[in-house]
Write a protein of this length. Structure first.
Length: 252
């Protein structure tokens, strides 16, 4: 009960609430980025493992209504191949941890992210939309990143940023992909016994903030007509690269 009581400490709850709301606003606009923003912020006042569990729960339960609402906008041909590839790649990434340290894995992911940001920033896009096995390959790399460092996002974000899809379709597809990966993470964290009364309570209390922040971010996206979606997405991808590289250098 002491752990649960600490949940209602004013400073802790305020920071967690701000982290959830701000990260949800980012997610609502870009379609991704909730975990990379929320986990470090929440980790300032709680153990990182608890922050990850809370972020997973919020992404899953918060994403359920989004998936139903955005279903028609998603590019399902690419999503199916990406999800299939991620399922194949995740175990391979976990196995690779035996040979590669987490710090080295993060440095590798950071380097790949930076290359993607530079290429996309220079306007590199697919000459033709990749389908089938070519799309699945991006999913496999996302799965590898997930197994190595619990970061499936960068390859999928790069894929949709390099595609000719309208920003609304790219955003909807990203939201759906990350809700699916959150479902898998929810199961694995539950099996690992990482859930507690405290983390479950935080998810329940934070869900309204998650939904409100997502709604606000999506409203900004609609009002802007997706004009700044690409630039915002590239900025978040660059931030992921920098933060991941810093964690690798620090050996975390």
């Amino acid at each position: 009960m002491e752990a649960l009581a600490s949940l209602f400490d004013g400073r802790v709850f305020l920071l967690v609430a701000l982290a959830i709301a701000g990260s949800a606003l980012l997610r609502g606009f870009t379609g991704f980025g909730f975990g990379i923003a929320a986990v470090p912020l929440m980790s300032l006042v709680m153990p990182p493992a608890e922050a990850v569990v809370v972020a997973v729960g919020l992404q899953f339960f918060g994403g359920l209504s989004d998936v139903r609402r955005l279903h028609a906008l998603c590019d399902w041909p690419s999503l199916r191949w990406l999800m299939a590839g991620a399922v194949l790649g995740s175990p391979l990434g976990t196995l690779a941890l035996v040979a590669v340290s987490p710090a080295t894995a993060r440095l590798l992911i950071s380097a790949i992210c930076l290359l993607a940001v530079v290429a996309l920033g220079l306007g590199r896009v697919f000459a033709r939309p990749p389908r089938g096995a070519a799309t699945a390959l991006f999913g496999v790399v996302a799965g590898l990143f997930n197994g190595l460092a619990a970061m499936p996002g960068p390859p999928v974000v790069a894929y949709y940023m390099a595609s000719a899809l309208p920003s609304a379709a790219a955003r909807a597809s990203l939201v759906t992909f990350f809700t699916a990966t959150a479902a898998v993470a929810l199961l694995t964290t539950a099996i690992a016994g990482l859930w507690s009364l405290k983390t479950a309570s935080l998810v329940a209390l934070g869900l309204p903030l998650m939904l409100a922040g997502t709604w606000a971010g999506e409203s900004v996206f609609r009002r802007s007509g997706g004009t700044h979606h690409r630039m915002a997405s590239l900025s978040v991808l660059a931030a992921i690269a920098v933060l991941t590289g810093a964690q690798g250098v620090l050996g975390r």
